[in-house]
Design a protein around this ligand. Structure first.
Ligand SMILES: C[S@@+](CC[C@H](N)C(=O)[O-])C[C@H]1O[C@@H](n2cnc3c(N)ncnc32)[C@H](O)[C@@H]1O
Length: 277
């Protein structure tokens, strides 16, 4: 298991913001060498730091550093990149058109999701727990919209909430180049039975109102449809409210019998785990 942390400059900027906002003492220092990750380092109000990292003005640098890590681990070719101008255009398009309730996707996470799909270039993308389409939009970003970078075979968004799925349909109907998007309002457990493989990029978001996720069951159900080299991402993997529920999931994806690599992107309050089969 590996952990990505934002660059030192981004962490220092977030600490400076905490000081400006009066949340930590002006003389407080972040201990970059201490163990146990970001959340142990600044103060007991560490959610404040994570919030500021997720909304950092250094989002470009943070995601560039994440990409550099993927390159250094040879998960993607050395020349892998994503189109930042296209991202800016897509970002404006989504903010203008998509409507729905609050979601936990931070601005840095939006960019990270977009970059991952841009460099992976999957053919079949599946999200479980697609809600009203916001998470799916960032995940599928390079494949849809006015500035589409490439056309995949299929993009599925599955959610048990039929009303939210209808809202997602209305949102995607406002975007160009969405002919490969299919939104299914159904329990992922039954919908997955009909989804054909190979699924080369799977995104797990499905959890109920008590924060119980179906991540591990859905992953095991899909496992045989994931080809070697497939990527699986799971959101909310570092958030305190999901820790107990996700112990089994994280142990399973970090077991080298199941996945060759697993990286925790500890970039905001919520986090994302990328696992490579
Ligand atoms: C609230 S969303 C996650 C939102 C995400 N963290 C965000 O902030 O955008 C979780 C979604 O999982 C969906 N869900 C829960 N159980 C499910 C299941 N068995 N199959 C499909 N979707 C499910 C819920 O309906 C909900 O829309």
């Amino acid at each position: 298991m590996r952990v990505f942390h934002p660059p030192v400059t981004a962490i220092e900027l977030a600490v400076d913001k905490l000081k400006q906002d009066g949340l930590v003492h002006p003389e407080a220092r972040f201990n970059h060498d201490a163990e146990h990750g970001l959340r142990r380092e600044v103060t007991y109000r560490d959610g404040d730091l994570q919030y500021r990292l997720g909304h950092s003005s250094k989002a470009v640098e943070i995601v560039d550093a994440a990409l550099k890590m993927l390159v250094s681990l040879e998960f993607v070719p050395s020349k892998a990149s994503y189109d930042k101008t296209a991202f800016t255009g897509f970002h404006a398009e989504i903010k203008e058109t998509f409507k729905g309730p609050w979601t936990s996707i931070t601005p840095v996470m939006e960019r990270l999701l977009y970059m991952l799909t841009a460099v992976k270039r999957p053919k079949r993308l599946v999200e479980l727990g697609s809600f009203w389409g916001n998470t799916l939009a960032w995940f599928a970003g390079p494949c849809i919209g006015r500035v589409r970078k490439f056309a995949p075979e299929k993009i599925y968004g599955i959610d048990i909430d039929v009303e939210m799925t209808e809202l997602a349909r209305r949102n995607f109907a406002k975007l160009e180049n969405c002919e490969s998007v299919e939104l299914i309002g159904e329990d992922a457990a039954t919908a997955l039975e009909r989804i054909e493989g190979p699924i080369d990029f799977l995104y797990l978001e499905a959890k109920d109102e008590n924060n119980n996720s179906g991540y591990l069951e859905f992953l095991k159900q899909s496992y045989n449809k994931l080809p070697r080299g497939a990527w699986v991402i799971a959101h909310d993997t570092t958030h305190w409210a999901h820790q107990a529920d996700l112990v089994g999931y994280l142990a399973w994806v970090r077991d080298s019998h199941n996945f060759s690599e697993s990286v925790s992107f500890d970039i905001d309050q919520f986090g994302l785990e990328l696992s490579i089969k």
